[in-house]
Design a protein around this ligand. Structure first.
Ligand code: ATR
Length: 281
């Protein structure tokens, strides 16, 4: 069995083919001298996947779509933050028990905190899915004030009510007041890169705009926000920081964040250049 020699970590999702997590984590483990494999695990069913992780002796997992919520009842324990967010993106084997955590919110506040003070600042969170929930939770944890903006009012209102913050429907984007905008919907993600969830003329009021999308690195939203004079934060930093936190949970050691950022950035740039060359040819 491979596990007798090396610890095995997996990326659990469906699909898993395009993720940059295997590259990032394998690079980190190599640099740290951790004798481990990190491999994609494409599953059909959350319950079966947890059983496989248990019986194969897998040490830990990153969890991605569509299993972040459906996996929760099958784990032995779920940490308090992940329970409040309602999503697990990390599994750690602890004394034979599989424990679920959420590092997305930590990635988000670390990347945002590099550019602005979260405490006492107001952030409009665009979107009320899993990433939106992690953003609301993270902002509250750091002493900031989130407000939720969502296309479907019922969903946005429910999230706002649960966390005791305000809700605004989409048309309010034209008037609402906040220090920052955090975009958590899939709008603008490759290949639909000309889509944007917020009109250019509404961006200048924010000091900072963050997009959690990292492919492309510079979404249309961020391009227009920068043109409007806002500070911008792209999704790469959040992706790297949530991954770094996973390594910390799995190994108890400090991850090589700079190297992790570099390999992911290089790969994204390479893909962008190839895409541009394809379009030009
Ligand atoms: P995740 O869990 O990854 O965050 P999700 O649960 O699919 O993803 O949530 C995506 C969020 O993006 C939702 O808030 C969704 O809005 P609705 O609640 O109205 O569905 C939002 N979203 C997705 N596509 C959108 C679009 N084209 N315009 C505006 N919001 C969109």
């Amino acid at each position: 069995m491979i596990g007798a020699h090396r610890k095995i970590y997996v990326l659990l999702g469906n699909p898993v083919g395009h993720s940059l997590s295997p590259l990032m984590h394998a690079t980190a483990f190599r640099e740290m001298g951790v004798h481990a494999l990190y491999i994609p695990f494409c599953a059909d069913n959350a319950e079966e996947a947890v059983r496989d992780i248990q019986t194969l002796g897998i040490e830990g997992a990153s969890v991605t779509l569509p299993f972040k919520t459906s996996i929760m009842p099958h784990l032995d324990e779920v940490d308090e933050s992940a329970r409040r967010i309602g999503a697990v993106n990390t599994i750690v084997r602890r004394q034979g028990r599989l424990v679920g955590y959420n590092t997305d919110w930590i990635g988000l506040v670390r990347s945002l905190g590099g550019s602005t003070d979260i405490r006492d600042s107001r952030f409009a969170i665009l979107g009320a899915g899993g990433a939106g929930r992690a953003a609301v939770f993270g902002i509250l944890q750091e002493g900031g004030m989130p407000l939720v903006v969502n296309r479907t009012p019922e969903k946005g209102r429910a999230l706002a009510r649960e966390f005791g913050c305000r809700f605004h429907p989409f048309p309010d984007m034209a008037t609402l007041k906040a220090d920052g905008l955090i975009q958590t919907t899939p709008v603008g993600m490759w290949p639909d890169t000309e889509a944007t969830p917020a009109a250019r003329e509404h961006l200048g009021r924010f000091k900072l705009v963050m997009d959690i999308i990292y492919n492309p690195l510079r979404t249309r939203l961020l391009r227009e926000a920068a043109e409007a004079g806002c500070a911008v934060v792209d999704g790469l930093e959040m992706f790297v920081r949530q991954g770094a936190e996973q390594i910390r949970l799995w190994t108890g050691r400090e991850p090589p964040v700079g190297l992790m950022r570099k390999v992911v950035w290089d790969r994204l740039k390479k893909a962008e250049n190839e895409d541009r060359a394809d379009k030009e040819s």
